[in-house]
Write a new protein. Sequence first.
Length: 435
Amino acid sequence: MSPRHPAAPQRDPHKETPMPAAPTTRKQLLVIEPMSSGLTLLGAARDLGLGTVVFSHDAGDRVVPEAARAEVDTFVVVDTNDPAALAAAAARVHARTPLSGVVSGSEFYVDAAARIAHQLGLPGLPLATAEAVRDKTRMRSVLSAAGIRVPRYAPVSAPGDLDAAAAAVGFPCVLKPAAGSGSIQVSRVDDRAQLQAAYRRLTDRADFVFDQPEDGRALLEQYLDGPEYSVEGYAIGDRVTIVSLTRKLLGAEPYFVELGHVVQADLGPEARARIADYTTAVVTGLGIGLGPFHAEVRLTGEGPVLIEIGARLAGDRIAELITLATGVSLRHIMVAAHTGLDPEAVTPPAQPAAKYAAVHFFTAPGLDVLDRIDGLDVLERHPRVVEVRTYLRPGDPVPAARDLRCRLGHVVFTADSAEEEAELRAWAAATVRFA
C-alpha cells in the first residue's frame, strides 16, 4: 500500500511570511522527487529567483501533484531509484543549462542528491555524511565511535540474525528498516515471537514504498522510555543553529504513528539546553554542515538520546509550523544553502504569526472504507485555522493504524498559549467526523 501525501501547498500570501526580493542572478535548482515538505522547496526557489528542475519517476508512488507542476520550469522523467540514470540525466541538464544546486525532495533521495552535487561540483553534503544519515545502522556506528550516546542496537539482515540481536539489545526493543521513513514498518516488540512476526512484516514486499530496493536490512534497538521531541535547525559549516524544539504526539504502541506536532515545545531552560547541546553534537559528529536538519530524540531519565536524524526538511507540516511560530523559513534556508547563497542574508526571520503553531492529524480507528467526512467547513471558518486538508475520497479504503498511511487529513492552527493549543486540538478532533 502506498503512502499518501497532501496535495501541493497552495501559495497564499496571507498564510505565508512574504520573502525578500529575489536576487537578480538566475540560478537553477534541481529537486529530486519533491514530496511532502519537499514540495515547498519549489515555491521557495521561485521566491529566491531560481529556476526549478524536477526529476521524478512520474509513476506509482513517485508522482508530483498537478498543483505543484506550475512551479516547475523543467520536468524530467527518470527512474530516480537508478543511480546511473540519475547521474546521466543530471549531466545532460547541467550541460544544457548549468545547475546551481541539487536537493532531495524527501528522505529517500538525500544520498542521491549528494552524489549528483559531488558529480557536478555543486554545494552538497559529504558523501559519507549523506550515507550515514540515510542508513540508521551506520548513523549509530558513526556517533558511537565519536563518543555520542545512542540506543543499544544491533543490525539485522536475515531471520537468523534475530536471536543474537535480541540478546545484544534486550526486550523491549524497536525493530525498524535500516533506511526507512514515516514510521513505516517500525514497531515495539516485547518478546521473541513478536520480533519474528515484525521482521516478517518488514520484509513483506507488498508493503514497500517508492519502489525502494530492499534487502531485509533492519535495525533492532533499545526501547527508549520518555517523551519524544524533534529538533529542527540548520548548519553552515561548523556552526549549528537550533531553530525549534517540537513536541510530538504519538499514537498507541506497539506502533509510533505521529498524530500531531506542536511548535514550540514547552520545556524548561535546562531541558532545552540539554537537548540543544546533544543535537549539536550529533549534527557535528555526522558532519552535517549544509542546510536544515530534522532530529528526533527521546528525553530519558539519563538525558536526550537520538532516535534518528535527517539532513533535510522535516515533514508533517513541521517546517510550516516553524515559520508560523518563529518567523524562520527553513525551506528558503535549504534552497539558499544548496545553491551557494548566504542563507541568513537572503532569508532573514520575519515576525511570527503566533507563539504556538500546531498540526493535528485525523484518524478513524475501526473504519474500513471512507464514506463521508463531516465538519470540515466548520474548521475552515475558525480564525485560528491556517490549513485544512484531507487525503482520501469517499470509497477509499482506510489503512490500519500502523504508520502515517492511516492518517486521513490534517488541520494546521495557531495559538497564543499551551492551554489554547490543547483546547483547539480537542475541538478540531471532535468537530471532524469520518464515517
